[in-house]
Design a protein around this ligand. Structure first.
Ligand code: ADP
Ligand code: MG
Length: 501
């Protein structure tokens, strides 16, 4: 049915009511894996962080990572869930080329946390409550790389497998069906994933870097006629790994379903892939029902019992909830409501907080993240956090401006060169010779030339209209390739005219 043209979002929302279910996978930042002592680390040489358990060797036995269980309990508490007093793992059977055991150790009918909720804040400050069905523990799969033009398994020349990620601890958080969202469904999906990311980051249980897949979302979407009372068939768009993409994927699926339904077709229950370049989804596999996975209780692991004392001691360790933290930071930074909301919407709270903690003023941190870094990120179609600009770099850049070595305009160029991999700001300024021209000889010559070419401006200044000096700055900048210190230019003009600045 992919041949049917999607409806516009407006038309889709006028005709149908969307229902969403969001499954968020969070990779934990424990030192070792969920069931083995192999290191849990990102970016190492393929197949170096693996041991016998991860490789499913005969005769090996798993052991539960206690730290991961604690993280799961903390997350459950932060999501206002009940914590199971006793729960078990289960085997989910499937042919997994990236998981040598050929089953995923997960939890099925006995999740560690269940029945919670999170309140998400929307762009206009409204709150929307998302009910949580469960949060359960499981393990990640390895990573397949398909070599060939498509990058997909279909038509690949060969495939490589890296088992470093196999067995990395995961928590999967599953919402109850989200109804009543209407046209705000895509925005709610974005705000929800961003809230979950904030929570796990605040708990320090995950690196929470979506660009690395630490937090990934499967977005289930279905449509029904208003008041139908019975949900439509859902599609599940897998592994959407940016906040922005979550919003786009939900928007697209609503439009696609509406196109099919209004043409009299029916939706196939299937998984779909998100395609960032076209902002569309494509068909994956027909979705199995739970029965097909032949779940059964994991016989190699004992059940987990959570005592009241343990849960309460973990509750006592919970950090300030993100909503409270936001209120505190807004007051501390003195941003207006609108400024602060823009920061939240851009997902840049952490970056700004970190930059401020590195010594930048809140205003300077906001200026860079919301300004030039966001602009660069936008132009390159990545998230600002994905550009790889460190807080220390911004502080360094700002210090160069403060010291008068570069001006704002040059600083923006330096940032771009930095993003392109040319090294630290100081290196770039040195290597490219970008220091502000404040040595009097060169600058005076440029100012004198500008004055000679603009006698009308000089007359105005002489007549006391000091603001007119602004008109000389452009020509001087041109002469010095933008590297003049504007304050210095003014000073020289006034000196030439025998006035004190
Ligand atoms: P699966 O293993 O098939 O992914 P889960 O129970 O883990 O199933 O997750 C399904 C998600 O989809 C849940 O968030 C659930 O609330 C949601 N969901 C279930 N039925 C529908 C539907 N008809 N439309 C939209 N979302 C749905
Ligand atoms: Mg699922």
């Amino acid at each position: 049915m992919d041949a049917v043209e999607p409806l516009s979002f407006e038309e889709a929302i006028e005709t149908y009511e969307p229902v969403m279910g969001l499954e968020v996978h969070v990779e934990l930042n424990t030192a070792t894996k969920m069931f083995s002592s192999a290191p849990n680390a990102f970016g190492d040489e393929p197949n170096t962080n693996v041991n016998e358990v991860d490789l499913g060797m005969p005769g090996t036995l798993p052991a539960v990572n206690g730290k991961a269980v604690e993280s799961a309990i903390k997350l459950g508490l932060a999501l206002n869930c009940s914590i199971a007093e006793r729960c078990r793992f289960a085997r989910k059977q499937y042919f997994y080329p990236d998981t040598p055991k050929n089953w995923q150790t997960s939890q099925y009918d006995e999740p560690i946390a269940f029945d919670g909720h999170v309140d998400v804040e929307l762009d206009d400050g409204e709150k929307f409550r998302v009910e949580i069905e469960r949060a359960h523990m499981e393990e990640d799969a390895g990573k397949l790389t398909h070599a060939g033009a498509s990058g997909r398994i279909q038509g690949a020349d060969y495939s490589l497998v890296d088992y470093n990620r196999a067995g990395v601890p995961l928590i999967e958080i599953v919402t109850k069906p989200i109804t009543g969202a209407g046209r705000r469904a895509p925005e709610i999906a974005r705000a929800y994933v961003s809230t979950i990311r904030d929570i796990v980051k605040g708990l320090d249980i995950s690196d929470a870097r979506m660009e690395r897949g630490n937090v990934r979302c499967d977005a289930n979407v279905s449509l029904m006629r208003p008041g139908a009372g019975v949900f439509g068939t859902r599609s599940e768009t897998k592994n959407v790994n940016s906040i922005r993409a979550v919003e786009h994927a939900v928007t697209y699926e609503i439009r696609r379903h509406a196109g099919i339904l209004s043409a009299g077709g029916s939706i196939v229950q299937e998984t779909r892939h998100w395609k960032e370049d076209t902002r569309t989804t494509s068909s994956g596999r027909i979705k199995s029902d739970a029965d097909d996975y032949r779940y059964f209780p994991e016989p190699d692991l004992v059940p987990i019992v959570t005592t009241k004392e343990w849960v309460e001691s973990l509750r006592a360790e919970l950090p300030e909830p993100p909503a409270q933290r936001r209120r505190r930071l807004r007051e501390a930074w003195g941003y207006s409501e609108a400024e602060f909301r823009d920061v939240i919407a851009a997902g840049l709270l952490d970056q700004i907080e970190e930059t401020v903690s590195h010594g930048a003023s809140p205003a300077v941190a906001r200026k860079w993240w919301m300004g030039e870094i966001s602009r660069l990120a936008n132009a390159r179609e990545v998230e600002p956090a994905g550009l790889g600009v460190e807080s220390a770099t911004i502080v360094e850049l700002n210090e160069l401006i403060q010291a008068g070595s570069i001006n704002d305009k040059i600083a923006r160029q330096v940032l771009e060169h930095h993003v392109d991999g040319e090294g630290s700001p100081a290196d770039i300024v040195r290597n490219r010779g970008l220091e502000v021209v404040s040595d009097d000889g060169a600058l005076t010559a440029a100012v004198e030339k500008a004055m000679a070419e603009n006698p009308d401006v000089v007359e105005k200044v002489k007549a006391g209209k000091l603001k007119a000096i602004g008109a000389l700055i452009g020509p001087v900048m041109k002469e010095t390739r933008g590297q003049a210190d504007a304050g210095k230019v003014k000073q020289i003009v006034l000196e030439r005219l025998g006035r004190n600045s």
